[in-house]
Design a protein around this ligand. Structure first.
Ligand SMILES: Nc1nc2c(ncn2[C@@H]2O[C@H](COP(=O)(O)OP(=O)(O)OP(=O)(O)O)[C@@H](O)[C@H]2O)c(=O)[nH]1
Ligand SMILES: [Zn+2]
Length: 197
């Protein structure tokens, strides 16, 4: 799957000193004095923050759904309102919102918490919202081999609020449908009615 495994080649925890050095350079290059009291710890703080917000690179998202259970439930299962924080790959600015995941099992189910772990693994990277949406749908499809999967992601992008076009409050909604959801409008409608507030 494009863009998932390659990311495991490098991670913040392997490169702390170099990242700190470069953050210090950026502070000076934007006109600051990196040696003043308020900034002296900033390169180390930013690096620790990067470990958190880019923690997805430490994980292969496909491993998160490694354990499944045999179960004969063949109706819709939804985990909704999973909050995520990601960073847009165009501006390295935060975007955030909620993920709603639904699937119709075909003999296999997955632990509910693993859905949230999958969201963490996919979002704590440089991303675009569309790719988050399709990666979640594809990884769940591959792991659980369900009859169908539907994923809806809502996002507010700070690169559109605090800069650029400056439209705070605008929301982007993306969806991905796989398997039975593609052919079955009633199933899509059921999913959408169950995830709406
Ligand atoms: N499709 C998509 N676009 C995104 C996402 N996050 C940010 N963008 C957009 O990426 C685009 C990058 O456009 P560019 O013209 O290269 O960059 P820019 O000059 O900073 O663009 P403006 O934001 O319009 O000022 C912008 O239109 C952003 O709104 C995302 O998750 N999905
Ligand atoms: Zn952006």
């Amino acid at each position: 799957m494009a863009g998932v495994k390659d990311y495991l080649n490098s991670k913040v925890s392997d490169n702390r000193e170099k990242i700190e050095y470069h953050i210090e350079q950026i502070l000076n290059l934007i006109g600051e004095d990196s040696t003043r009291e308020g900034l002296i710890e900033t390169p180390a703080r930013v690096t620790r923050m990067y470990e958190e917000i880019f923690g997805g690179y430490e994980v292969d998202p496909r491993d998160v759904l490694g354990v499944t259970f045999n179960e004969n439930h063949e109706e819709l299962v939804i985990v909704k309102d999973i909050v995520y924080y990601s960073q847009c790959e165009h501006h390295m600015a935060p975007f955030f919102g909620k993920v709603h995941i639904g699937y119709v099992p075909s003999g296999k189910i997955v632990g509910l918490s693993k859905m949230a772990r999958l969201v963490e693994a996919v979002t704590r990277r440089l991303q675009v919202q569309e790719r988050i949406t399709s990666q979640i749908a594809d990884i769940l499809t591959e792991a659980v081999e369900p009859n169908g999967v539907m994923v809806v992601v809502e996002g507010e992008h700070l690169c559109m609020c605090s800069r650029g076009v400056k439209k705070p409050g605008s929301k982007t909604v993306t969806s991905a449908v796989r398997g039975s959801f593609r052919e079955n409008p009633a199933q899509r409608a059921e999913f959408l009615s169950l995830v709406k507030d």
